[in-house]
Design a protein around this ligand. Structure first.
Ligand code: AMP
Ligand code: MG
Length: 650
């Protein structure tokens, strides 16, 4: 087998497969061995601009702090020997020197035996004095020319000696210290105006792909917005890098190579995303082999998500190609790139906050790959529950809505339901949601929960479908399970599915019907039954179906009465996907709900109302957030919002 270090003589005829899949640990070890140890470049920064930076060298105190013996109180500088015999019955009288030492005033006269000098807090102790007596412990005497003291003073009382805080020549701060406000205070106390800190590595970021469009621009057909560019740029800044995003480059080898060479010349590190699989047009990894030595150290890592990760070092600079899928890109970035970036910035490893939680459902895992599973945390009957996010590695929302992730070791093929797991949090602290809704998702939910969010309640809605929600409710893992389950026998919705401990809260009705493009004359003016008959009569007409188990699917199958027209096997899992298929001409008709049809600008033939209700876990009913939800559901505001969006409140 070819070594991964061997330059490829003719990349264009090379067989496009991952040469060696490394374990996560082996890939990290190779990457770090090629990068460290290394000299971290430093720069001088003004104190005000040094916050959060790592000190590049030890700082030695140039002066004593305080620079002189200093009074800690308002009072009188005295010779303690003069007060050796002072007591209630034997007051000592001291003549006042003709001087008041305020802050910032250097004393001019000595304190001779039998005398005292008035001194303010922070004033320098005059020659001859060795203690301070608090003003509260003295009486004026001799017409204001003297004081009377009725207690002894120990030598050094209320004096801060020169250098007692910081001694000249002492190591004030060590190299590697992260500069916070307290460190800035110490430096300022010593009169230090600027410090040598580790220079932030300049990190260039490039996205790759013909399909990418920058946010703010118009999305053309078959294009998607560049997500990785923004997220990687932010994550680099979060971890001590000086990030500059250079845009998205099309999958053109010459253009991409020019952009990569320029970016690398101007920076300390280059992070790309996309183009690292072995698909047609994936060229970035080939270019990396030409950028410098030793080149690629790992391409293909036993990680899920994140297998196509490519790690390289080109003449001392790290070059990383993250997988294209945003969640894969983020996992690999945080797991494998952040530690390197922080080390290059002089920052300590990021502290990971972890919590223990139970996994409520079985999670299957691929044998041989370390698998990361994003989870949402909710409060169960005894302890935290970690719900796996059901979406694939291409889903960006699963990253944003999750609280953290758990890891399934490469040698496990599953995590059984009920397992104890350790969850690494995305943020230092976990805030478990006040209201947990697990079940079928509906855009109407956001409308009803809006006032809860305004009141500062955290609402978490986890989409697992009606049956998944019911199961969660029966296990007591949520407050409410939204369901829309039709029972064939009783011809009713939802009620027949309830179990002990659950009660039904009526939600709203969703009109389901046939969608078609408004300019399609085959369907205009027809009833649902007529529309389906017209569709079946036209062999060129393509439908889009729904997944098995969806309430909508039952209605479609009834209308089709056994026919299997073209498109029947296209069975997406959401109302929106049906509308998108029809709007984009991939299908000519399908069944979805009225609000979705309206939002997509499609024609709609109403068929039947679906009941979207809530299975409420009775023991959780008295929780304030549940009460707030029940109130919002029947409030004028909630009903008006639902109606305006095309739902019919029950
Ligand atoms: P690739 O590795 O280039 O084949 O990309 C894999 C998947 O990730 C494809 O669906 C790409 O469209 C998607 N992808 C690649 N780069 C980005 C990006 N910057 N933002 C969002 N998605 C991306
Ligand atoms: Mg690509």
């Amino acid at each position: 087998m070819t070594s991964i270090f061997t330059p490829k003589p003719n990349p264009s005829v090379e067989q496009d497969q991952f040469l060696t899949i490394l374990s996560r640990e082996e890939a990290i070890a190779r990457f770090e061995a090629a990068l460290f140890p290394r000299q971290l470049p430093s720069e001088t920064r003004l104190l005000a601009d040094a916050l959060g930076r790592a000190l590049a060298e030890d700082v030695v105190a140039p002066i004593d702090v305080p620079p002189f013996d200093r009074s800690n109180v308002d009072g009188f500088a005295v010779r303690s020997a003069d007060l050796a015999n002072a007591g209630e019955a034997t007051p000592a009288q001291l003549a006042l020197n003709d001087e008041i030492i305020s802050c910032g005033t250097a004393p001019a006269r000595p304190v001779l035996p039998g005398t005292a000098t008035a001194i303010a807090t922070g004033g320098p102790v005059p020659r001859g004095a060795d203690a301070i007596v608090m003003v509260e412990h003295t009486q004026p005497a001799g017409n204001g020319g003297a004081i009377e003291v009725r207690r002894a003073a120990s030598p050094g009382q209320f004096v801060s000696y020169a250098g007692s805080d910081i001694a000249r020549g002492e190591a004030l701060l060590r190299a590697g210290t992260i500069i916070g406000s307290r460190e800035i205070g110490m430096l300022a106390a010593c009169g230090i105006a600027d410090v040598r800190v580790v220079r932030r590595p300049h990190v260039a970021i490039l996205s790759t792909g013909d399909e990418l469009v920058q946010p703010g621009e118009t999305l053309r057909p078959a294009a998607i917005y560049d997500t990785n560019g923004a997220i990687v740029t932010a994550a680099i800044a979060e971890n001590g890098g000086d990030a500059s995003f250079l845009g998205a480059i099309a999958d053109d080898e010459a253009m991409l190579e020019a952009a990569m060479r320029k970016a690398l010349a101007e920076s300390d590190m280059l992070v790309l995303s996309g183009g690292t699989s072995k698909g047609a047009g994936d060229v970035s990894h080939r270019i990396v082999t030409r950028l410098g030595k030793p080149g690629i150290v790992a391409h293909g890592v036993a990680l899920k998500p994140g297998k196509p990760l490519c790690l390289a070092v080109c003449d001392g600079k790290p070059v990383i190609i993250l997988p294209g899928f945003p969640t894969s890109a983020m996992f690999t970035f945080h797991d494998m790139i952040v530690p390197v970036l922080r080390r290059m910035s002089g920052l300590p490893p990021r502290p990971d906050a972890r919590v223990a939680a139970k996994v409520p459902v079985r999670i299957a895992s691929e044998l041989g790959r370390t698998e990361f599973v994003m989870v949402s945390l909710v409060e169960g009957a005894d302890g935290l529950i970690a719900y796996p996010s059901g979406k694939g590695s291409g889903a960006i929302t699963s990253f944003a809505q999750a609280d953290g992730f758990l890891k399934i070791e490469a040698l496990a093929d599953q995590l059984p339901a009920g397992s104890d797991a350790e969850v690494t949090l995305f943020t230092p602290h976990v805030r478990v949601p006040d209201l947990v809704i697990v079940g079928s998702h509906c855009t109407g939910l956001d409308l009803v929960t809006a006032p809860l969010a305004r009141a500062g309640l955290v609402v978490r809605s986890i989409a697992v479908g009606s049956l998944g929600g019911l199961a969660a409710a029966k296990r007591g893992e949520c407050d409410l399970a939204p369901i829309h389950l039709f029972d064939d026998k009783t011809e009713t919705y939802n009620t027949p599915y309830l179990a002990d401990g659950l009660e039904l809260v009526p939600g709203w009705r969703r009109m389901q019907g046939i969608v078609f493009r408004k300019d399609d004359s085959r369907f205009a003016g027809l009833s649902a039954e007529q529309a389906v008959r017209a569709a079946l009569a036209d062999p060129a007409c393509i439908m889009v179906n729904r997944n098995q188990g969806a309430g909508t699917r039952i209605l479609i199958d009834r209308l089709l009465a056994g026919s299997r027209p073209d498109g029947y096997w296209n069975q997406p899992r959401s109302h929106n996907a049906v509308a998108a298929a029809v709007a984009q001409h991939r299908a000519d008709w399908g069944m979805t709900i009225a609000p979705v049809a309206r939002a997509s600008g499609l024609g709609f033939i109403p068929l039947a109302e679906e009941h979207y209700d809530f299975a409420l876990v009775t023991v959780r009913k008295q929780r304030p957030a549940v009460q707030a939800f029940l109130d919002a559901l029947v409030s004028d505001e909630g009903r008006a919002a639902l109606t305006a969006a095309g739902f019919r409140p029950a």
